[in-house]
Design a protein around this ligand. Sequence first.
Ligand SMILES: Nc1ncnc2c1ncn2[C@@H]1O[C@H](COP(=O)(O)OP(=O)(O)OP(=O)(O)O)[C@@H](O)[C@H]1O
Length: 340
Amino acid sequence: MSMLRLDGVTVRFGERAVLDAVDLDVAEHETVCVLGPSGSGKSTLLRVVAGLQRPDAGRVFLAGEDQGGVPVHKRGVGLMFQDHQLFPQRDVAGNVGFGLRMRKAGRAETERRVAGLLDLVGLPGAQRRAVAALSGGEQQRVALARALAPEPRLLMLDEPLGQLDRGLRERLVAELRELFGRLGTTVLAVTHDQGEAFALADRVVVMRDGRIAQSGTPLEVWQRPASEFVARFLGFDNIVEATVSGERAETVWGAMPVPAGTPEGVCRVLVRPAGVRLGPVAEGVPGEVVARTFRGDHVAVRVRPAAGPELEAVCRLGEAPEPAERVGVRFDVAEVVVLR
Ligand SMILES: Nc1ncnc2c1ncn2[C@@H]1O[C@H](COP(=O)(O)OP(=O)(O)OP(=O)(O)O)[C@@H](O)[C@H]1O
């Protein structure tokens, strides 16, 4: 069953549609991450679902019920925003228990739930600590415990880990995913960080100018970006025009193989860097290495071919050619994607 359904949701500010007839389903227990450049409408989408923004057209359903006219506090959704807005004058327990007291839970019940939630987010016994004295990551956990406390049927996260440094973010993403799986929480999260989205989500939704550009599992979107926009947003820039004939395409970079069944004619193709093979200059399209960047487990190499845009290749450590070296480029069909 869908926990959340958006049906043709449109929000306009003046002439401009910030959300343009968006349809979206989030199944019970699913974690969906909405990804997109700044201004693509991600936060507006969350605000509509929360009831903080009224749509100009379309409807929002939670567990099958139309939310038109239902106020924010009656929707049963939890919200956690980027700056996590903890109450600085309250201690950790005061923050986490806030929503429970709003729902008139008794003192003993609140204390028991707060203790359980702090265990859950990895801060056991932190009840009496002052929030101002917590690290960024600890504050994030308190904000999460506070959002989970009223047991929302849908948890919405807006750039939940935006402020944190990378190492901590990666660790928290893994913890969140494990936690949501264990609790069976339904989650709608918004981020502009693709790494975060891909690590957290069961399904990724990429937005562009108020519309959904692609929706799929992280693997599907990564392997088969649906359009040049999505491909470039994911950081893939080896994109070129191609004329397909059979299982071959002619491009400004020379001939390259394309997957069987590719429609004949002109299209745009992407070659993921892993499919750009560098070898001896006589064994491929000639090019010159212009840059080499160490990336930890591989080396990214930029190659300037005789014509057309530069290519990025991925090489194993110790196998990357030097800048100014002449190389021959070949393309691996497994990494060639025909774009719509
Ligand atoms: N209340 C408002 N009045 C006018 N324009 C608005 C309002 N709220 C948002 N917008 C505009 O709507 C567009 C989408 O905003 P939104 O915050 O949903 O984007 P976003 O994808 O979340 O961006 P970011 O990643 O920068 O937070 C932006 O161009 C923004 O300036």
